[in-house]
Design a protein around this ligand. Sequence first.
Ligand code: SAM
Ligand code: SF4
Ligand code: SF4
Length: 355
Amino acid sequence: MPEKVIPIRTERGDFTSPPWDGSPLKDTLGRQMRDLRISVTDRCNFRCVYCMPREVFDANYRFLPHGAILTFEEIARLARIFIGLGVQKIRLTGGEPLVRKDLAKLIALLAPLDADLTLTTNGSTLARHAGDLKRAGLARVTVSLDSLDDATFRAMNDADFPVAKVLDGITTAAAAGLAPVKINMVVKRGINDHQIVDMARHWRGSGHIVRFIEFMDVGSTNGWRMDDVVPSAEVIRRIGEQFPLEPVDPNYAGEVAERWRYRDGAGEIGAISSVTQAFCRSCNRMRLSTEGALYTCLFAQSGHDLKQLVRGGASDDEIRNRIAAVWRARGDRYSEIRTAETAKQRKIEMSYIGG
Ligand code: SAM
Ligand code: SF4
Ligand code: SF4
């Protein structure tokens, strides 16, 4: 029986971190901080079986109270400090970011900053929000869509949510100018792997990019087993047998998705192989949780509290020094050292830390 409450340990920060001297910020493995993922809520209207299993995230689950989560102004202040430290790309995520009220107001605060601004969403309310998000300054969206088959999709989101509405969201987002849309499909063997080629076929020639993601052992409630993982190599082989593919160079060092294009010119797809081909060596991502804790790895077991600095009157310099100290001390490489045993460890839930 899974436990109901997931304990989250957050280490207390202090105001006395050594000063950052302005040199490029590198961790213990020489990796530079480039991407920031900001979780704006730990809540979601879906209960995807691989992320928020309903038997854990039920009516008794204690989500964060409103007062505990960072305000838009607090997030924007931290984002500015991160950009000063070298962050070039910000992705808003969650939980489902579009369940956070007035999210476009946060976009409007972040858009003028000097970073590429994107959002990952389940697409359920995207048709309604796309215009406002674009007008507020959002550059692009990534939409999660695990199947085109309605019954499979409803079973995977476990909220009986239809595919058609997500497709509508993607069309509306593209028409609003939030294109090209990236479409994330988490592949779980025996559940939706029969949809791999259909998904590729559907989006070929659309200008949008489907990314096939290996099912990961994030958190400790999704019952992950290696047998459920469909290796990206198999995904690429299955698609390539129908539509010949060739590899494409990464857009930049440290890009998470391995890129492939159709030989007939019908566009490209991506494969995210965090289980079978770990990419820790180039991992440049920092994560800021909904309640203002810093996580240096998706598979972290504890975070570093920034909120107490933000709410305790710390100056920008003090916060900057703290973030720099956390990054410099970082040595994470979980996916490289994953075993069946580590997969069972208590880890932060994906819906809390942000995907
Ligand atoms: N709710 C939004 C969504 O679903 O797009 C944003 C948050 S969600 C946690 C971010 C991404 O993580 C989604 O694309 C989701 O499919 C992916 N994800 C969640 N759990 C996963 C798992 N166990 N393995 C691989 N990807 C996962
Ligand atoms: Fe919600 Fe996204 Fe997790 Fe699905 S993957 S439960 S949509 S946060
Ligand atoms: Fe980065 Fe951690 Fe994922 Fe490795 S396991 S790529 S360090 S987030």
